[in-house]
Design a protein around this ligand. Structure first.
Ligand code: FES
Length: 229
């Protein structure tokens, strides 16, 4: 489907905010396949949903190659093609919840904050924190780290019933270790490389205790006790 860009701007830490006009419905943690070109690059880019509003949907994306470079140059009113929403998102939970995001992994957590009560946000950045104020609108407390301090350094997992996390694999791995043997349950959204986004190419395969799964279709969100990182 073709839509129109409403806003597209750099927000810091290598990330851009893109808002596209239209009416959308999706679950927290799902993604869309985006493209703004015909033939090259071949593949559309999988981008996590950041927010759904009355007049449109927004995404946070990182400039990583030819496709996201083209997207970063889009202006208000430009056409963009989007398919989705795809994937299995975060499961709704009740209790005390920590949302843990690293880098571009913060993107899907905003919508979780909007949909789940009683969340604290832990956001890890490379150089300087961004979007703290935004996350403050949908969570009780926002904690950030940057530089040499990792977000996992300041999190006490036992304070929470659930951790909902998205970010680089080493961060997710660390969180699985931290929650192991505790009562805290964790859902992780994987950032595996994707190609088709719809379960047809197997590029995104990940390991779970019940065999290989497709990150795009069976995930990207998995319960910590199921996935093997
Ligand atoms: Fe093709 Fe997942 S990206 S199967």
């Amino acid at each position: 489907m073709e839509y129109r860009v409403l806003e597209n701007e750099y927000v810091g830490e290598g990330m851009y905010y893109l808002k596209v006009g239209g009416e959308f419905e999706a679950k927290m943690g799902q993604f869309y396949m985006l493209r703004a070109w015909d033939k090259f690059p071949l593949l559309s880019r999988p981008i996590s949903i950041y927010r759904i509003e009355e007049d449109g949907i927004s995404f946070l994306y990182k400039l990583v190659g030819a496709g996201t470079n083209i997207i970063s140059n889009l202006k208000k009113g430009d056409p963009i093609k989007m398919e989705g929403p795809y994937g299995n998102g975060f499961e709704k939970v009740e209790g005390k919840v920590a949302l843990v995001g690293g880098g571009i992994g913060i993107a899907p957590l905003y919508m979780v904050g909007e949909n789940i009560e009683n969340c604290d946000a832990y956001l890890g950045f490379r150089e300087r924190p961004i979007l703290e104020e935004e996350f403050g609108k949908v969570t009780s407390n926002v904690y950030t780290t940057s530089g040499d301090t990792l977000i996992t350094d300041i999190l006490n997992v036992e304070k929470y019933d659930y951790i909902l996390a998205c970010g680089p694999t080493p961060m997710l791995k660390k969180l699985l270790e931290m929650t192991e043997g505790t009562k805290t349950r964790i859902q992780v959204s994987l950032e595996n490389h994707m190609a088709c986004g719809v379960g047809a190419c197997l590029v995104c395969t990940c390991k779970t205790h019940s065999g290989n799964k497709k990150t795009c279709k069976d995930g990207p969100v998995f319960w910590g006790e199921d996935v093997i990182l």
